[in-house]
Write a protein that binds this ligand. Sequence first.
Ligand code: URA
Length: 232
Amino acid sequence: MRLDRFLTRKTQQSNKQVRQQVDAGEVLVDGVVVVEWSTPITRFSEVVMAGERLQENTAEYWVLHKPVGVVSDTKHPHHKTVLDCLEVPNKQQLHVAGRLDLNTSGLVLLTNNGAWSKAITQASSQLEKVYEVTLDKPIPEQAEAVFEQGIYFGYEDITTLPARLERLGLTAARLTLTEGRYHQVKRMFGHLGLRVLSLHRSRIGNLVLSDELPCGSYRRLSNQEADTLLSS
Ligand code: URA
């Protein structure tokens, strides 16, 4: 909704009156003075007019270190879910922004802000996702070139975006992707005839899964961290 409409609804003042307040620099959206009447306001915008808070920002962002054996879903008939890992109020309003497979561990984001999770996961965001992988056989010589060039996925009829492979050993590597296709890492190594034995996501954008967040634990991201993650 536009700012001026939001303000008239909230305050019962006329459109002219609220526009005057905006012009006078009396209105802050998410802590910043705004002078455009048409500024978009969502249910997650904090709006303050003349020192009075008209709406709070109720957006929540969480980062979880997902253990193997936990599903990236909010409900499941047989498995523990990422929501079961969180002991926080209102967790039923959260959803996952970018899934990991059941047998993958690592960084998972949860939020109640659909626009944010969409921006995180959409292909055009090109946010880096970093995975540590162990494989059943030595990584072949041509792997870097093949991943850099892209691999054709017939099911989606796409070619994967250039990906960066860093060798950590004969059968271990770090892979950096800028997209998140279904089982992408497993399919990429499968293309080279290798099977993924373990998979761990260690980073999304500028957000690194540090030792301070052991497996199974979680922490809330500040709104600022959530914003900067999007632009990282
Ligand atoms: N790629 C995979 O194959 N699995 C994951 O869980 C994440 C990326």
